[in-house]
Design a protein around this ligand. Structure first.
Ligand code: ADP
Ligand code: MG
Length: 395
């Protein structure tokens, strides 16, 4: 598919000041970056700019400081980790915008990197205050948006700034949009969509859209329980999202009316409580007895889903099949993850926990695309326009 926005590869960046909105919203532990996946995901864009001798200014939010300066949410640990990854100095601006940020940006030489402080230290960030957007724009000559994870939000550092500068997509953002769009845009058939996780309401937009596009939609995780209830089944002590029950009923009607096969688990692994050392029992059918909760799909379901994934032309997987964090209940998610990784289909995985499962099982290399964006990937899959993409210059 052609990407409809300009990309950093085609932009004139040589020697120029380039402000890149990245997604460095990483987990911290004891004042250090606990997982640098998102920082590494931004390296293709950063390295491209360094090769072109650009003066690189990076901006990201970190956590939710709500417009206040929160010391524990400073970008300092991120600057330290990034410096290790790029093998050169990363200067840290003590503020997002203002006299000191401007002076540091002005002094920046070709091939140097300046990281601005946490954009959410400014209250105008999440309200998309045009003054903050303009102040950020004044730091640079070109804007690159590579923060796919926040592309579904219209904030000053990804949308406001684009009103005042030539604006192009970064390498990561472009790949995210192309790969996630490819699932719905003339996919190789059959298109098999595997959905799990905790709540139907999180993913109803995706369910609705893919009941129209996909050949098969396979449901797992706690998401199956509103479907069980909608069909008159019992769910025992399982995690059931009540608001999900009418949504599930509607999805069942829609699947029956259209050409899409909607599959629910035909067996489950049950526990007494949400714990790794609870008593475990396998159950067939769609009835969970009182005193038990469904914590994973069962082996019959897992084998069926794996076979469908193996036979697919395109696979989209979003949401674990069970409480995979708990050892006894990881098996369904592992079987599905292995099938996705081994499938000859074009395979796309979205959702923070599903990608975490892939990492846990060491299977990331087997998939064509593992999305870095949770909410943004869901909105894109729902077929919605992302403000962070729409704000960029058209190709
Ligand atoms: P993703 O981040 O991949 O989109 P979600 O956030 O929707 O996935 O769901 C992941 C969470 O769902 C995990 O914390 C997992 O423990 C939980 N979960 C999945 N199945 C069950 C279940 N049967 N019972 C309770 N929790 C479940
Ligand atoms: Mg999640």
């Amino acid at each position: 598919m052609a990407f409809s926005r300009q990309c950093v590869r085609d932009a004139d960046v040589d020697g120029r000041r380039v402000l890149v909105r990245v997604d460095f919203n990483v987990p911290l532990k004891d004042g250090e970056v606990a997982d640098d996946t998102r920082i590494r995901a931004a390296l293709p864009t950063i390295n491209h700019l360094l090769e072109r001798n650009a003066r690189v200014i990076l901006a990201s939010h970190l956590g939710r400081p709500n417009g206040q300066v929160v010391e524990g949410l400073s970008m300092a640990p991120v600057a330290a980790r990034l410096a290790e990854l790029v093998g050169r100095e990363v200067k840290l601006s003590p503020e997002v915008v203002g006299a000191r940020a401007s002076a540091l940006a002005q002094a920046l030489q070709p091939g140097e990197i300046l990281l601005l402080e946490n954009t959410r230290f400014e209250s105008g960030e999440t309200s998309n205050d045009p003054e903050l957007g303009l102040a950020l724009a004044r730091l640079a000559d070109v804007f690159v948006n590579d923060a796919f994870g926040t592309a579904h939000r219209a904030h000053a550092s990804n949308v406001g700034i684009a009103a005042d500068l030539p604006s192009v997509a970064g390498e990561l953002l472009e790949k995210e949009v192309i790969n996630l769009s490819a699932v719905a845009d003339d996919p190789a058939r059959p298109l098999v969509v595997v959905l799990g996780g905790a709540k139907v309401s999180d993913k109803i937009g995706v369910i609705d859209r893919f009941l129209e596009i996909a050949d098969e939609v396979l449901i797992g995780g706690a998401m199956c329980f509103p479907f069980y209830r909608a069909k008159g089944g019992s769910t025992g002590d399982s995690l059931v999202e009540n608001e999900g029950i009418p949504l599930a009923a509607e999805a069942i009607r829609k699947a029956a009316a259209g050409g899409c096969e909607l599959c629910l688990p035909v067996d489950l692994a049950l526990g007494r409580e949400f714990s790794a050392d609870t008593e475990v029992m396998n159950a067939e059918g769609t009835e969970v007895p009182d005193g038990w909760m469904g914590l994973d799909i069962g082996p019959v379901t897992a084998a069926d889903y794996a076979a469908r994934i193996s036979a697919a032309g395109t696979v989209l997987w979003n949401g674990p099949m069970g409480a995979f964090e708990l050892g006894p209940f990881e098996s369904g998610t592992r079987t599905v993850a292995e099938a996705v990784a081994a499938s000859p289909a074009f395979t796309v995985v979205g959702g923070g926990d599903s990608v975490a499962a892939l990492v846990q099982f060491g299977l990331t290399d087997g998939v064509d695309w593992a999305s870095t964006g949770g909410g943004a990937s869901l909105e894109l899959l729902e077929g919605r326009d992302l403000p962070g993409v729409m704000a960029l210059n058209e190709a």
